[in-house]
Write a protein of this length. Structure first.
Ligand SMILES: *Cc1c(COP(=O)(O)O)cnc(C)c1O
Length: 232
């Protein structure tokens, strides 16, 4: 059985190998360690290996972990669904939020971001697979949300995020990743702050990197399987 240290090293290698394979610059793809449901002790272990960016997708858990580990000065990324009664804690404790798809949530995060902190880094989630049950803006709604975020001084628009369809159909995945890449390139051309395309998880990181991902969100490959958990 592999240790956490070994899995972390292997995931890192996989990301760097894929970047090289597809002619991407070294370090042009960042690995976000998705630690949801995993104990603080495991985050400490991975942080000690030099990983600074961690992702969580249950708001209460994200806020608690960020508070308990504040001495480590990690960058906390929120990648889960956002309820409006949780925006204050997220605005106070996260460095990034990847899952913005509503103007109301963007406005609240802006208003609740403490003035002592730098602007909150924002990715807009795009429902690129157009699945009814999936969060994210449609491609048609995207420009309007971009314009709104641009007016909010305590938010910094960094890019786009997608959770592609859960399928093994490489053709469909390729189409979705490629659509995200073209949306990202168009956005970047107009907005100098945009530099992040958050897509790819343990199962599809190589395909995501092939299609221009700059941040892959890796949970299982680093931390092992999760027990199912519900938002409290
Ligand atoms: C859990 C999660 C991940 C990580 O998924 P793995 O398959 O474990 O790598 C990535 N992105 C989001 C939004 C998640 O909720």
């Amino acid at each position: 059985m592999q240790t956490l240290t070994e899995r972390f090293a292997a995931a890192n290698d996989q990301v760097q190998f894929a970047a090289q394979k597809f002619g991407r610059a070294p370090n042009s793809v960042k690995m976000l360690a998705v630690s949801k449901t995993k104990p603080v002790s495991e985050i400490e272990q991975v942080a000690a290996l030099g990983q600074l960016d961690f992702g969580e997708n249950y708001s209460q858990e994200a806020i608690e972990k960020a508070q308990r580990l504040s001495h480590l000065e990690l960058n906390w990324h929120f990648i889960g669904p956002i309820q409006s009664n949780k925006t204050k804690g997220l605005a106070e404790h996260m460095a990034w939020v990847h899952t913005i798809s509503r103007d109301k949530i963007a406005q609240r995060l802006n208003d609740q971001r403490p003035s002592s902190l730098p602007a909150l880094n924002i990715c807009i989630q795009v429902n690129v697979s157009q699945e009814d049950q999936k969060a994210g803006v449609s491609i048609e709604q995207l420009p309007q949300l971009v314009s709104q975020i641009e007016t909010l001084p305590n938010l910094s628009l960094r890019g786009l995020m997608a959770i592609v369809e859960n399928t093994n159909d490489t053709q469909r995945l390729t189409e979705q990743f490629a659509t995200m890449r073209s949306l990202f390139n168009a956005l970047k051309a107009e907005h100098p702050s945009v530099d992040t395309l958050s897509m790819g998880m343990s199962q599809d990181l190589e395909l995501a990197i092939q299609h221009g991902s700059t941040m892959v969100r890796i949970g299982t490959a680093i931390f092992g399987q999760r027990q199912p958990k519900k938002e409290s």
